[in-house]
Structure formats: C-alpha cells, structure tokens
Design a protein around this ligand. Sequence first.
Ligand code: PLP
Length: 402
Amino acid sequence: MPGTELFGAEERKEIEDVLSTGVLFRYNHDALRNNHWKAKDFEAEVRKITGAKFAHAMSSGSTAVATALAASGIGAGDEVIVPPFTFMATIEAVLFVGALPVFAEIDETLCLSADGIKKAITPKTKGVCLVHMCGGMADMDSIMKVINEHQLILVEDAGQAFAASYKGTYTGLFGKAGSYSFDFFKIATAGEGGVLVTNDEETYKKADVYSDHGHNHIGALRGMEEHPYLGFNYRISELHAAVGVAQTRRVPAIKEQNRKNKAYMQSLLAKTEGISFSKLADPDGDSATFLNIMLPNTDIAQQVVDDMKANGVAGFDYWFKNMYHFINQWDHIKELKAVSKLPIHILGAPQDYKKLQLPKTQETIGRLISFGVKYKWTEDDMKQLASKISESVNKVMQLVKA
Ligand SMILES: *Cc1c(COP(=O)(O)O)cnc(C)c1O
C-alpha cells in the first residue's frame, strides 16, 4: 500500500482547503468555493502523469470501469472478453452494464493474452475488457493486432496499473477508455475513488454525463442543464478528490522507489533455484507495486506458501486461493447469484461458467505468489525478507527432489 504509507501534511492541506469553504460538491457554487476545485485538480494530475487528453474522476475504480464500458458503447447483450484473474469488479461492471462476460486465457504477463482473446471471439463479441494486473501491463502490440483485426472495442481496467506504461503509452490509453482505482490498496489512494481516462472527446463527454445523472455540466445553473443521456450518480466528493490530488503528486516518487526496491528484491531472489518472475511486456513501464514470484508448479507454490506462513512471513498474496481475485473462488459469479434479475439471466450466459477450461490460467496463477512492494522497505528489511523467502523455497525444492 505505497500511497497510504506516505499519508501526511500534503493530504491534510488539500482536505483543509475543502473544509475551509464547506463546498464538498465538485460542481458549481463558484462564489462559495474560494477557487478550490479538487476533482478538477485530481484529473489534471492524472492527465499530467499519463498524458491522457481527458480524465474524469469518479466515486471508485468500479464505477469508473463500468462507465468506461458504457461510454464506449458496450451494453445489454454484448459479449465482452474478460480475464479469470482480476479483482472481480471487472466482471461485475460487465454484468451490471447488461453485457455478457466471456472468460479467456491469461499468460505469464498475468493479463489476457492475444492468443487467449483470439480463441474466445465469437460473432457476438463486441469488446474486450483487458485488465493490467499487479502493477504491470499486458502485451499490447500483439493484443492490439487482434483488437484491430476483429474490430473490437477495447476497454482497459487499469485499476492496479496507474502509472504503468507499455512502450511509452500509459495503461488505459490503448483503447476507447480506461480506468484507474484510487481505493485504499492502490499506488495512490483517495480513500475511495477512480479516474476514467480517454483520448476520445466523445467518449469523455458521454462518461461525464453518464456519471452524473445525465447533466451536461454546461453553464453555472445546475437546475437548468440539458440532459443528453440517462445517467446515474458515480460522482466523487471534493474531500476524496482532495486526498487524491496530494497522493497522485507523490506517484512519480513512489514509482521510482518501488522500482528500485523491486529490482533489489529480484536480484536477491534470482539466485534461488525454483524462483522466477512473472513476465513484464515492457519492463521499463512497470509501476512495480507487486513483486510477482513464479514457482515451478502449483504444488510447490502451495508448499512454499504454507512454509512461509509457518515462518511468519507476511505481506504476500497467493491469488490461486484468494476469494476475490481468482475465478476458482467466484461461485456467486459462476452461479450468477444476484439480488435481482440481470440481463444475463434473460439472455443466457455465453459460456457454462462452471465448466470453463482454462488450463494456462490455472497453471500460471497456481505458480504465482505476489508480494506488495513497500516504499519504506530498508535494505535490511529486504535482505531479511528475501532470505526468508529463499529459505522456504530451498526447503520445498529439496523435499520435492528427495
Ligand atoms: C481495485 C480494482 C478495481 C476496483 O476499484 P475500487 O476503487 O475498489 O472500486 C477494479 N479493477 C481492478 C483490477 C482493481 O484492482
């Protein structure tokens, strides 16, 4: 949680600005707000880092990805290719805009692969909701080839990959729209918040309207605005945006330190037999929020996890068994258990979610153990952690060989 590691005076100052006027609402009230526009400032900071032409701050990464899908023209009955390894908000967003998720294979980038996408395409495929996982990025050259060849709409859930890039282009900006999360666990936090980015003005305008009850935000009188489309309330408050501004300004420094720490950890671990790392499609673009260790197989990874736990090693995720990041534990999604009827219940699911065959994904996630990279790790912290990880891996590798 690098963002929250650094919570301090800068965040307090931005919050104080908002509290001093009491205008907690991001729109209008020009005379009262003493020129404080925190949501707009937050958007400007995100544009500065990513180079996006348009950025729109919202209430969460989840509402941002749902809005990215809707503003890109994805809706009821559209098949959308999704990964089986993601925070489940991605799948919920697809379902709640009325679309139909189609699960495809990931690879060692921990993201959907071009080959996986290609194999999941049907005549009903409208788009792909690509997720850039664990601070890294998908292999965009090969994926864009498939997207363009099949004229699909690409939406990027870069919830975990703010400030990550591929060959100079930031995640979220390859397709029609993308989204970042600023929840408590990400590289920067707003408490709760998300930002939609796009280089397409039309998509931005739709997102702006959709996320605020259809208001077009033209003119100073909210009650007199036009409503070009239906919308809902996915607004961010000025208090959350204030935290987001201060945190986003820290991201370049966080990223730099994360990259140093991750590189050091990898140099310490690389000599240990059995340890390799997940693939980065562009190592120079890594936001380095996670150190992703790959073991030779699922059985070994599980034993290493057990041994590390027994030795008091903390700060890692074994996603294969994680309740909300991996499809094996998503029974409620596979059974489409909803509190009320969704379009997918009427239209039918495009796959039998309980009988999916995704061997490459199973094998990849089974081997993966991810450590959250800490900004404040000292050299000593890292040496100790790396030595404990190596100790567990060495022990399990000896047992396996015996
Ligand atoms: C965190 C995350 C989200 C959701 O973000 P919230 O701000 O918590 O709603 C969506 N997608 C991915 C991949 C995430 O990691």
